[in-house]
Design a protein around this ligand. Structure first.
Ligand SMILES: C[S@@+](CC[C@H](N)C(=O)[O-])C[C@H]1O[C@@H](n2cnc3c(N)ncnc32)[C@H](O)[C@@H]1O
Length: 252
């Protein structure tokens, strides 16, 4: 279902579903925003931690139509750009035909199968984990990102750690109906029920709304996957950022 939903979104309006903060994207403004995000969100960490991308390999989980991938490919020797949606990847390849250091990978929706363990120097993900329908799946991807990372390689990713308000029985039931209708492709009816309940209809569909992730559990998962977190910001908000290194062997 995740693949189907993201393929539908790519066909409908790929740029908008990737970057919802603007309606009138064109390729220029789309890639400019990718570069701005690279400088604003990624380069600051590289500078602070004196980390250099040159001649290194990296993996981007959920690359979409390549918005930030282009900026990575200009700095790294090799970029593995993974996305669940073949439609997103098709658009990315068309938009970036000359980038010969990008390896486009279609993901299976649960792992980074096909990418070797300890094979990249840096892993990154932005506005992707927040769409995972369950916390367990977000953790599974974090373990996978750490698996493919070389010891002493760096990770940087964003996730949503807003504490979800506890919902009453009627609320849970109504979201159940919204999700069930979405699963059987009755998207309009699903949105209508959401609106009728006074919710944002754009939130219909588990592959969009996603589950929030508890910060403490994220720290545990990272530690057990050989990660050492060096910086975490935005805990308790939708924009929680986590930077760290993979520990160098022997669980130290
Ligand atoms: C909101 S877009 C963000 C794209 C990109 N990170 C950016 O900032 O431009 C989310 C992307 O994650 C991809 N995605 C969602 N679930 C995924 C999964 N399980 N594995 C890989 N990619 C996934 C979607 O297909 C979509 O392209």
């Amino acid at each position: 279902m995740m693949r189907r939903d993201w393929d539908d979104r790519a066909r409908k309006e790929a740029f908008h579903y990737i970057a919802t903060w603007r309606q009138d994207w064109d390729p220029d403004s789309f890639f400019r925003s990718g570069e701005e995000d690279y400088q604003r969100l990624v380069e600051v960490f590289f500078r602070r931690w004196q980390w250099q991308p040159d001649r290194k390999a990296m993996l981007e989980l959920g690359c979409g139509a390549g918005r930030m991938t282009r900026s990575f490919a200009r700095r790294f020797a090799c970029v593995y750009a993974c996305d669940i949606s073949p439609e997103m990847l098709r658009r990315a390849k068309t938009l970036l035909p000359a980038a010969d250091n990008i390896v486009w990978l279609q993901g299976d929706g649960k792992s980074l199968a096909g990418v070797g363990a300890n094979s990249v120097d840096f892993v990154f993900s932005y506005i992707v984990l927040q769409h995972m329908p369950t916390e367990a799946l977000a953790f599974q991807y974090v373990r996978e990102m750490l698996r493919v990372l070389k010891p002493e390689g760096a990770f940087l990713f964003q996730f949503n750690s807003v504490r979800e308000p506890t919902m009453n029985r009627t609320g849970r039931l109504a979201w159940g109906v919204v999700d069930a209708l979405w699963t059987i492709r009755m998207n309009r009816a699903s949105r209508a029920v959401a609106s009728w309940m006074g919710w944002d209809p754009e939130l219909a569909g588990k592959s969009w709304r996603g589950a929030s992730v508890e910060v403490d559990r994220m720290l545990e998962v990272l530690w057990s996957a050989e990660g050492a977190v060096q910086e975490m910001s935005g805990a308790g908000t939708p924009m929680t950022w986590c930077w760290g290194m993979k520990r160098a062997g022997n669980g130290r």
